[in-house]
Design a protein around this ligand. Structure first.
Ligand code: UD1
Ligand code: CA
Length: 463
């Protein structure tokens, strides 16, 4: 049974003290609103309508990028959650199924909870939960099993404030009954707003069927009204993600110190040491090792790859059995083929290291190819930028690059060649050639003793 989802996201989020609308504040790298829409879609929403208002251009821009099929309606003035739904009425007219209303500031909502209320028979089904910290939430007032009404914190009596069952702000409505009663809401309350939960009482008066479904997990209903709550919610989501990984066969050490975004994938028997940041669409294969203090974003890592501590990766592709670090910086366009290795204090960008190629220490490889089994000596630099343009360095296979070689791109080094340490390579090196491009050494016999003698006399003359 399908339903339409209406997500309320027009509020400013005054308590965030921010230029950014509240629902765009991020939890593990994704705006809160991203999670709510994802859950609604997972639960089977056939249509998602987002009510936008404060800084709507920013919210719409985000939606266009991540959820282009989502519709928006504009709430010019934020007159309350009931008023926000009225703004969506236009797009709901003529629909006779269920409408699920969700808050854009409750990112931990689970698809299963949404599905549960959408499938529960009733004209208004409200999702609630028990908590020992109900402050700030609307309280669910019951008489035995029967729900009587929902009262907002600011309108509640002392007795009502002691109630521990709270309103999640998630409801499933019969669409026709919702549309025909919205106009009956009043704003005669402490905040002068049209409260959506007031519909509960109105539905009851009309004789419509009202049901409250209690979730067993208050955490997944948490609303975020300030940055303290944002970090609490982020911690809960982190724990969820880590637990899921652990149960799927990933070992996570120091789990309280890892930061893993929701789209990251990690294979079985991979071992991760916190603190670590895994971001974006990063994928890590089976049997890998990721040491502490790494920050890996939008990278693809094969099987049996070792990423030692303190590595920074963005947009890198590491094939099976390759290894990196410690202390390496791999920028976009870096490709390490099977068994290739990038070591300590090496930076790469748009660099292809073919199978078994190695750059073990202190090197910059940018805009280049390094052929199979080639060894890059310490201190090697591809000088890819002449101040105006970027140029390519092509190094063949089985090349031995002596320490401190500079490649002034564009330049090509043939297979099996050797460059002498300290060489500045400005023109192509043929296959199997030895290239020496440094000034010749001259030895002056006995000259060292002469210099020392001179220095000694100078010092004596001064004292
Ligand atoms: C709301 C509920 C409360 C519930 C809590 C759960 C009401 C009156 N109260 O309170 O019972 O316990 O959620 O988290 O509904 N919004 C609009 N337009 C508006 C006002 C709000 O789009 O005119 C949006 C906000 O951007 C936000 C959501 O609706 O995403 C909830 O609004 P908020 O002001 O945070 O409501 P709460 O006080 O948290
Ligand atoms: Ca809220």
């Amino acid at each position: 049974m399908g339903f339409k989802a209406v997500i309320l996201a027009a509020g400013k989020g005054t308590r965030f003290k921010s230029e950014l609308p509240k629902v765009l504040h991020k939890v593990l790298g994704k705006p809160m609103l991203w999670y709510v829409i994802k859950a609604a879609k997972e639960a089977g929403a056939e249509d998602v309508i987002v009510v936008v208002g404060h800084k709507k251009e920013l919210v719409e821009e985000f939606l266009k990028g991540e959820y282009p099929d989502v519709k928006t309606v504009y709430q010019e003035e934020q007159l309350g959650t009931g008023h926000a739904v009225m703004c969506g009425a236009e797009l709901l007219k003529g629909y006779s199924g269920k409408v699920v209303v969700l808050n854009g500031d409750a990112p931990l909502i689970r698809a299963e909870d949404i599905r549960a209320i959408a499938q529960t028979p009733g004209d208004m089904v409200v999702l609630t939960a028990e908590t020992d910290e109900p402050t700030g939430y609307g309280r669910v007032v019951r008489d035995g099993d029967e729900v009587l009404y929902i009262v907002e914190e600011k309108d509640a009596t002392e007795e009502e404030k002691r109630i521990k069952e709270v309103n999640s702000g998630v409801y499933a409505f019969d669409c026709e009954k919702l549309l025909s009663t919205l106009s009956l809401l009043s704003n005669d309350n402490a905040q002068g707003e049209y409260y959506l939960p007031d519909l509960l009482k109105i539905f009851k008066e009309k004789g419509y069927k009202v049901v409250a479904v209690k979730s067993r997990d208050f955490d997944s209903l948490r609303g975020v009204n300030n940055r303290c709550e944002l970090s609490v919610v982020e911690g809960i989501l982190r724990d969820r993600i880590v637990r899921e990984l652990q149960l799927s066969g990933v070992t996570v050490h120091q789990p309280q110190t890892v930061y893993i975004e929701p789209e990251v994938k990690v294979g079985r028997d991979t071992e991760i040491f916190g603190p670590v940041y895994l971001r974006g669409k990063t994928e890590i294969g089976e049997g890998c090792y990721v040491g502490p203090y790494c920050d890996i974003g939008d990278s693809k890592i094969g099987e049996g790859v070792k990423v030692e501590s303190h590595c920074w990766l963005r947009g890198a592709l590491l094939e099976d059995g390759s290894s990196v670090g410690p202390f390496a910086k791999l920028r976009p366009g870096t490709v390490l083929k099977r068994g290739a290795r990038v070591g300590t204090f090496v930076e790469t960008k748009n660099a292809l290291l073919e199978e078994g190629a190695k750059a073990n220490h202190l090197t910059y490889l940018g805009d280049c190819r390094v052929g199979r089994e080639t060894n890059i000596g310490a201190g090697t630099i591809t000088c890819n930028y002449d101040g105006f343009n970027k140029w390519f360095t092509d190094i063949g296979e089985r090349v031995f690059v002596g320490s401190n070689t500079l490649f002034i791109a564009p330049v090509k080094v043939g297979d099996g060649a050797i460059t002498a340490a300290g060489s500045v390579i400005t023109s192509d090196v043929p296959e199997n050639a030895l290239a020496v491009a440094r000034s010749k050494q001259v030895n002056y016999p006995g000259k060292a003793e002469v210099i020392r003698e001179k220095a000694r006399k100078k010092k004596e003359g001064r004292s």
